[in-house]
Design a protein around this ligand. Structure first.
Ligand SMILES: [Zn+2]
Length: 160
């Protein structure tokens, strides 16, 4: 089976390991939430001025309330329940939650995501009946054709 993650930071595009990843979103004056993103969490002691987040001191400061939590809370079955819960109670945009569920819970999806458009254009896979929703067979075909490496395995091999 293809791996879940690692994930790509929605700000800098860099790879995020589970322990460094956070999820955040904004809530407007009408209590509707949007802007669901995965980002590198700024560790205490990192230089100010660099922060992959909406947070104050970050590069994308905005004046709206932010909710954020470690990615680890959104993985596993309970994590899926948590995502659906915040969608309901924080009125989070359904399309954004749908994409986040695919990114966090569909094996191989996140690492294949940058290749989907090209793969359809090059005829490697058929266009999905609903844009953005790919079956495991198509995701596997994208991995094989573009020789996507399992970054999780690489990280394990490189650790001492
Ligand atoms: Zn980042």
């Amino acid at each position: 089976m293809l791996p879940l993650g690692p994930w790509n930071c929605d700000y800098c595009g860099g790879t995020i390991k589970m322990k460094d990843g956070w999820l955040e979103y904004l809530t407007d004056e009408d209590h509707r939430s949007y802007g669901l993103k995965i980002f590198h969490h700024m560790e205490i002691g990192e230089p100010l001025g660099y922060c992959c987040s909406y947070q104050p001191n970050g590069r994308r400061r905005v004046g709206l309330p932010i909710s954020s939590c470690n990615l680890v809370h959104f993985i596993s079955h309970d994590g899926l329940t948590e995502l659906l819960k915040i969608q309901k109670y924080d009125k989070l945009d359904a399309d954004e939650v749908s994409l986040m569920i695919r990114r966090l819970h569909i094996p191989g999806y996140e690492q294949a995501r940058p290749f989907f458009e090209t793969a359809v254009r090059e005829g490697i896979i058929h266009p999905p009946s609903t844009p953005g929703f790919f079956c495991q067979e198509d995701i596997q075909a994208v991995w094989s054709h573009y020789r996507i490496q399992n970054l999780n395995t690489l990280q394990q091999e490189q650790s001492p």
